[in-house]
Ligand binder design. Structure first.
Ligand code: GBH
Length: 451
């Protein structure tokens, strides 16, 4: 366990925790269905056969959860707004109440407008493979900001379009369960377009604090052999550059634009929208990925099966502790990622916020989570000392929750949620873990300027 105090961060540094709507809210019968409801209902999709129909029942217990945030001492709370709920009568009322509750506790709300739970009706019209979804997204964003924009100043457009493309559309292990491999690229383009249109809708409503939450990580080649280096470069292209460069540079890297719908002319015009400046750039970091040349076989990795025909193969990072999910614990990967981004994009890179970082471990006395967070917060500080402009850090997650295809089997929370026995009155009871107390002490140790 860590004993040295965490170094001091700037007094206006934003400390927070993150969640997402589908993973915690429950109350599925009080909103339209989403792609995740349909996906979870198919047998074999979710490892423990569960659904998020009730999840943490945050929809009904949000006051208790805000009290946990207040006691933790975070300055900000990142949650997501469920588009299928906003589509339902009175759906925005819930977020209205949540935002007021947060304000009363002095916690800054940071909503994400899309965290993977697309309304099923839009999926039936083609979902993110259909360009129209980007336009519908912007209309929905305009409705939300009209209602909440007087009290919510910091916004996130979309969460991890890379993972939603890869897992949801290329490999099919997440909703909407498409296995299209490289034919999934239009889903990436339309999410990026939706992001750009959302930025415009938020600007039109006077919002001046806008970011995105992109999944990024260093890609480590399996060896220095040419075939491994090329495969790793390609993985870096897909995970990092494909999503950073249209936003930051207004262009797709390495000819990927030609694979996007409408041909290069249409893509050129869209890139003007996609590269609408953001005020900060959000990064979700979990671990680096070691990548080598294809091995001609299917590979099981980090809970995902990768087909043999991919032009790369993901390899194990050896000699590291791994989380319950099997992801390696590599804090210095965060320093490397941030300094690499600063080198690559220079002046084009806005200030960064770490919008997610965390790990899955069992148990309430979660010393491994403390070690993980301690290491990553120090690694972040190191990047800042090296000159990278980072303005905030959000832990994934406040609560144990519905971890997508893993169901309730993976616990990322600072707070334990009792999912075990539906007959027990203590079901869904919240118990702060050791890491919660640890983080509270870390936050108390930071000099604060809450202005
Ligand atoms: C995020 O996705 C999501 O935004 C969030 O909803 C989710 O609950 C949370 O993370 C935890 O999963 O096998 O070592 O190569 C994270 C996407 C994809 C990041 C898999 C780590 C594999 C690491 N993750 N990736 S490794």
């Amino acid at each position: 366990m860590a004993t040295n105090p965490i170094p001091q961060f700037p007094s206006d540094f934003l400390w927070g925790v993150s969640t997402s709507a589908h993973q915690i809210e429950g109350a599925a019968d009080e909103r339209e269905p989403s792609v995740w409801d349909a996906f979870s209902a198919e047998s074999g999709r979710i490892k423990d056969g569960s659904t998020a129909a009730v999840a943490c029942d945050h929809f009904h217990r949000y006051r208790e959860d805000v009290a946990l945030l207040a006691d933790l001492g975070v300055g900000a709370y990142r949650f997501s707004i469920a588009w299928p709920r906003v589509n339902s009568p009175g759906g925005l009322d819930f977020y209205d109440r949540l935002v007021d509750e947060l304000a009363a506790a002095g916690i800054r709300p940071v909503p994400t407008l899309f965290h993977w739970d697309l309304p099923l009706s839009l999926q039936e019209a083609g979902g993110w493979l259909n360009r129209d979804t980007a336009e519908r997204f912007a209309e929905y964003v305009a409705t939300v900001v009209e209602r909440l924009g007087d009290r919510v100043h910091k916004w996130i457009t979309i969460n991890e379009p890379a993972e939603h493309t890869l897992l949801g559309h290329a490999l099919g292990t997440h909703a909407p369960g498409k296995q299209m491999l490289f034919d999934a690229l239009p889903a990436a383009h339309h999410q990026l377009l939706g992001h750009g249109l959302a930025v415009r809708a938020l600007r039109a409503a006077g919002i001046t604090d806008i970011g995105i939450a992109n999944s990024h990580g260093p890609t480590w080649p399996a060896s220095e052999e040419q075939a491994d280096m090329e495969a790793a470069g390609f993985y870096d292209l897909l995970l990092n550059r494909l999503f950073a460069e249209p936003l930051l540079l207004g262009q797709y890297p390495d000819g990927l634009g030609e694979l996007m719908p409408g041909g290069s002319g249409a893509v050129e015009a869209d890139l003007k929208i996609i590269s609408e400046p953001v005020d900060w750039y959000g990064i979700n970091y979990y671990a680096p990925t070691r990548v080598g040349a294809p091995q001609g076989t299917e590979i099981e990795f980090g809970g995902v099966t990768m087909p043999a025909e991919l032009p790369f193969s993901v390899r194990e990072i050896e000699g590291r502790p791994v989380t319950d999910f099997g992801w390696p614990v590599v804090p210095e990967g965060l320093t490397e990622l941030l300094t690499t981004f600063a080198d690559r994009y220079g002046d084009r890179l806005p200030p960064i916020v770490i919008t997610e970082n965390g790990c899955s471990y069992e148990g309430i006395d979660d010393q491994e989570r403390i070690t993980y967070l301690d290491g990553h917060i120090r690694a972040l500080h190191k990047a800042m000392e090296a000159g990278v402009d980072v303005r905030g850090y959000f832990v994934w997650s406040l609560l144990d929750n519905f971890e997508w295809a893993e169901g309730y089997a993976r616990r990322f929370g600072l707070v334990h949620v009792n999912f075990d026995d539906p007959a027990d009155p203590a079901t869904l009871g919240r118990t702060p873990k050791a890491s919660y107390g640890w983080l509270r002490d870390v936050l108390r140790g930071q000099s604060r300027n809450d202005g």
